[in-house]
Design a protein. Sequence first.
Length: 294
Amino acid sequence: MDKVKAAETAYALFHEFRTAYMAEWQRLAKCERMYHGDHWHGVPENDAGEPRPVTPILQSTVENVRADLMDSFPEAVITADEPEYAAVAELLTAAIKENHLRGGYSREYGRLTHDLLVGGYMVQETGYDPTLNGGLGGAFLRYVDPRCILFDPLVSDFQEGRAVFKFVPYPRAWFESHYPKEAAAMKADGLGLRPVRDALLTIREEDTILLVECWRREYDPKNGRYSVHMQKLAGGLLLEDSRTQKPQGYFAHGEYPFTVTALYPRKGSCLGYGLIDMFEKAQLYSDKLDQILL
């Protein structure tokens, strides 16, 4: 498949996934508003200047549970299956702990717990970064913004899906330095899709282009195994294809390098509901009663 056809195929699937996720992104935005105390969003005023009290019950609940989760910070422990391997197991445990420390996993975990409690699920990416540990390289566990990743809406287990898309915007100047040969041919981003921005910052979105990672899991009936490949696209162009460097697949296990953890799982997808979804009405009733009293 030539580059043009490959890009068209990937973007067509990206648009399909994006359309399916519109309502989900609206739900995540609503959950964030509730968490930040914007409980009266979209509620019309009956009287000009009427009181709109906010008692942050939900936010307090989220932060209390989150503090408990941070106190129970997970650590990998290697156990020996035979007594003679106990020393080796201890060394591996210490090495993994140091690797997570250098990779800043405690920071990543803090962001993950917020998404788990507020939005209902958290997404982690696993992989290998050659720049870690002063250039020696190292494995990583990283936070992925749920609003910047798309799983196949047709399956409940994303590992069985047609693709996984991860995307992030970069300034055009970034592409000019990283992909100088392709940058001039990149089209203005017409995807109409942007990750959540800081509402207090004024940003010219026309100066940015989405870098899209398209992860594909393909089955080979001849050898009965899966292989995972990744393409990078931006501005309508195919920039990279892992098949060039790794024709046998990105990972030996043949799985997508993502983990999704749902708080309250939803049937039919890998996503979940959070504390905001479960207790939103109780919060709104509390605010309404306070308004009546005032």
